[in-house]
Design a binder for this molecule. Structure first.
Ligand SMILES: C[S@@+](CC[C@H](N)C(=O)[O-])C[C@H]1O[C@@H](n2cnc3c(N)ncnc32)[C@H](O)[C@@H]1O
Length: 375
């Protein structure tokens, strides 16, 4: 029978071979921290059937549970903001709201954080507490603060951390505000995505300190960013590449679509950039910079499928329809011309050679951020 120690070794080998685990200190942490102790309440297995994504609970009594705890996979631990694996049998069709991130990514982020002894770290998004435990292993509990927005999730993480003998400062609250009580920090790491780097994070990290977070948007393209805080109260750095995606911080979820605008109105023209350009992750990231309030969804009307972009707050919209082959038509309405802006950005990015996200630069300051690419 494979022991959990053997499974931990196999996991460490796998994420070393994948290039995520690079240094002996983090290898030792992966070997010493039992991930299954953070999944004792079970997780949800994804099922895709008839075009719908459902989730089924897997609990410790399931023979597949232990092995899965040591897979290099994200394991969903909460659905729809409240539902835990212990709460149900059968299948649920709602969105995941908390998970244990795949260990390869957790460790890659910890490696990217450039931690050295006696650094004080703020983690945003405690989740199961697994990544918090790895941080505690590296630095000692006293130097680790972790903020979780969901009190029930934080409570479970506290129990799991206690089971493995760890007692960091666990805080329940909105991590977008940081945790000023323990500031200043040397490092800040976020395991939920953000639309923009909050000013509070920049203020609470020492000059020279680093922030590591996934920046994303409502078109669901995101990337890991590492910024260094500067003396002038701004932070700057680059995106690291790898098409990293995290669930967005809860207060930054997109607003409900509401009543859809009348899409027979507005003006129609031939699209310069084809509507399917947004199938590409990097192109979608660029489009998101041009139209940060836009959400994307598909519709079908009597003339066929339509790809819609809608900025709920501004009530601006663009509807793209394939006119045969590479010909696309776009109809736009509302105060902004969303597709005009996206086309302008995408054309400039393509003229610059369509650089990958690892060539993008980010500058953040309280009140705003700028993301550009190096041509
Ligand atoms: C991907 S999970 C965290 C994974 C975790 N590091 C682990 O190893 O288990 C993201 C977590 O961020 C939390 N979260 C979302 N928005 C937040 C916010 N504004 N402040 C703090 N935590 C937040 C979610 O509730 C969720 O538990």
């Amino acid at each position: 029978m494979t022991t959990d120690k053997g499974l931990r070794e196999a996991l460490a080998d796998r994420i070393t071979a994948g290039g995520d685990l690079r240094s002996p200190v983090w290898r030792q942490a992966v070997l010493d921290i039992p991930r299954h102790e953070f999944l004792r309440d079970g997780f949800f297995r994804r099922t895709d059937e008839g075009g719908r994504t459902g989730w089924e609970p897997v609990r410790p009594e399931d023979p597949a549970w232990l092995q899965a705890c040591y897979s290099d996979e994200s394991l969903v631990t909460q659905i729809a903001g409240t539902v835990m694996p212990a709460d149900m049998d059968g299948r649920i069709y709602r969105q995941p709201t908390s998970s244990s991130t795949l260990p390869g990514l957790v460790v890659r982020m910890l490696e990217e954080l450039n931690i050295s002894d006696s650094m004080k770290v703020l983690e945003i998004g405690t989740g199961t507490g697994y990544s918090t435990a790895l941080l505690c292993h590296r630095l000692g509990d006293r130097l680790v603060t972790s903020v979780e927005v969901d009190p029930a999730v934080s409570g479970r993480a506290r129990v799991s951390l206690g089971r493995v003998g760890r007692l960091p400062d666990l805080v329940v609250g909105d991590g977008l505000k940081g945790h000023p009580e323990n500031a200043p920090y040397d490092r800040l790491i976020a395991t939920c995505g953000v639309l923009h780097i909050p000013g509070e994070w920049i203020e609470q990290v020492k000059p020279g300190g680093q922030i590591l977070a996934t920046v994303g948007g409502w078109l669901y393209a995101s990337e890991l960013a590492r910024l260094t805080v500067r003396e002038d109260g701004t932070a700057a750095g680059r995106l690291l590449g790898g098409a990293i995606s995290f669930m967005l911080a809860r207060p930054q979820s997109p607003p409900p679509l509401g009543i859809l605008p009348d899409m027979t109105e507005g003006e129609e023209r031939e699209a310069v950039v084809a509507g399917d350009a947004l199938e590409d992750w990097t192109a979608r990231f660029v489009a998101q910079l041009a139209a940060p309030g836009a959400q994307r969804f598909g519709l079908t009307d009597e003339e066929g499928p339509v790809d819609v972009l809608l900025d709920v707050e501004r009530q601006s919209w663009a509807a793209l329809r394939n006119g045969g082959g590479r010909r696309w038509l776009v109809r736009q309405g509302g105060p902004d011309r969303l597709w005009d802006r996206i086309e302008e950005h995408l054309t400039r990015w393509r003229e610059d050679g369509a650089p990958g996200l690892d060539r993008f630069l980010i500058t953040a300051r309280p009140g705003g951020q700028t993301i550009t690419w190096a041509a």
